[in-house]
Design a protein around this ligand. Sequence first.
Ligand SMILES: *Cc1c(COP(=O)(O)O)cnc(C)c1O
Length: 227
Amino acid sequence: MIAAIEAIRERIRIAAESCGRRQDDIHLVAVSKTVPAERVRDAAAAGVRILGENYIQEARDKLEALSDLELSWHFIGHLQRNKAKYAVRLFDLIHSVDSIRLAREIDKQAAKAGKRQAILIQVNTGKEATKSGVYEEDALALAREAAQMEHIAVRGLMTLPPYFYAPEKVRPYFRALRELSDRIRSAGLPGIEMTELSMGMTGDFETAIEEGATMVRIGTALFGERV
Ligand SMILES: *Cc1c(COP(=O)(O)O)cnc(C)c1O
């Protein structure tokens, strides 16, 4: 576990330096879906601080089992509106907001919880039917709506691009997300920060870093193949 984490940190450092970025500007989100709490505890002991989870029920149990640790939990899966309440209670950042209706529900639940919920807008850069996320051309409208919501803080964008074995083929999707983020930022919406780009996984995170990722979501390379 420690060796895997160190190897990933080293690869993040090299990728960052290769394009003149600072290692510290890239956050490792360790994706712990299906990974038992005790292995997450080992990862935390080895210095992992941010965990990414896809399923509310699984995350609830794990957070409880690890409540003695100082960890930041991020929700990266598809979020149904009827689960927004739990997501707001459990997570520091929700990466996967993909509709105005979901944003409204999060806003409502965050108001009840007395919290300002940080979110990212998920963009379906490949326009794949199997993936969630707004299309690029609809992201600004969602950002504009969310900017009006008092209990939501938009921090940036996230994407899950089409899968290619060769990371070079994914580069255009990462670049498109960064360019979209620049366009939304220049719209100057009050209350919107476009500082985070959540992109890159085990197979392509170095390319994502070269294209501006500030958060890489890595599961397999840290915890091994999921069963
Ligand atoms: C599972 C998952 C990851 C991690 O993928 P790996 O290829 O195992 O690194 C990243 N992002 C999302 C949204 C995921 O569901």
